[in-house]
Design a protein around this ligand. Sequence first.
Ligand SMILES: *Cc1c(COP(=O)(O)O)cnc(C)c1O
Length: 422
Amino acid sequence: MAEKLIFEISQEGKRSFTMPCWDDCGKIDLDEKFLRKDEIGLAQVSEPEIVRHYVNMSTLNHHVDKGFYPLGSCTMKYNPKVNEKLASFEGFSEIHPYQPDETIQGVLKIYHDLADMLCKISGFDKVSLQPVAGAHGEWTGLKVIRAYHKSNGNPRRKIIIPDTAHGTNPASIVMAGYEVVELKSNAEGLVDIGELREKFDEETAAFMITNPNTIGLFEKNIKQIAEIVHSKGGLLYMDGANFNALLGIVRPADLGFDVMHYNLHKTFSTPHGGGGPGSGPIGVVKKLEKFLPVPDVTEKEGKYFLDYEKPESIGKVHSFYGNFLVIVRAYVYMKILGSDGLHKVSENAIINANYVKKMLEDTFDLPYKQNCMHEVVFSGENLAQFGNTGCGQETSRFWHSRADNLFSAFGSRSNDDRTDRN
Ligand SMILES: *Cc1c(COP(=O)(O)O)cnc(C)c1O
């Protein structure tokens, strides 16, 4: 049944709750010209009406709280409810950013321990939890790369990315003061080694790459790629948005990466719909440590404090210390799963994506046939026959029949969550 608009339910004078008036109620000491002259025009509804309206609306769409959702990435992945519960604890949600260090020791310990866990799982020497999104982590990481090259006498001019790069990569490169050079992928959908060798010169600061890449394929020549980049004095940047394919399987630092950003809101839970909030920490190898942003959360004799004494740091990249409650969620998620659990997250992500690939490969066009990692990408090639309107009735019927195949193969569209392991 179609849900009415909230303005259609609205009736003059209805309120959800009202506060009793005090003396001088409604009198505001403000210049007349700043006061609103017209009605604000909000819907007028009772509390049960407003709650029912939004609950009904939430059931009109398909979403992860309602049934299986075949996407393990940021917005629609499953986010355990216990994370929310813990992130809402008063001791976390009600602290003030200017509270003295000694009154937030527990909070600082969470920062410190999470950074440690992120180092362990990726092989990097130091992690900064300051950046508040993947894109922000990219920019911070690139500023660190720039500071490193500058300290060696030349910041260099260019950064190379593959043509499959996420849109934020070239944007961050430009924001960090570099030129973007694009590399064409080879027939397998991977980095063309010959072309990289040709293009990576001594004016190139870094090669920036996602592994597994945006079409879900592992860059199997990554060690050779690292060799090429390092032989020219360059650095290798890993966009860690797809890290959920690697947990406990391989550590990016061991593959030759020098800097990486994590998207805590993708790999380590946190609902992220509508653009935020997020957290995009970066991890670096030893030689880049001193350039990381301030403050650093440091421990000395069992006490935690915020360290601003880093003369070669790129400086501050965000107000206060990053998005703390996202950090709490990631911390809870990792602690609950433990190292075995995190390893299983990646194994399940990979096996599930390959099941989906197998089940749909005869139905849709699959440009790259090899086994995938955490996701599989089909092309819309064989939908062209339905014309280019995109959402015409024919196309819609076609999609629905295919989606039904998928859902029935996985159980059902209902609340059966047996297969929802991502
Ligand atoms: C999501 C994503 C980003 C950007 O991360 P945000 O946290 O959304 O800023 C960068 N690269 C890849 C491959 C991504 O999937």
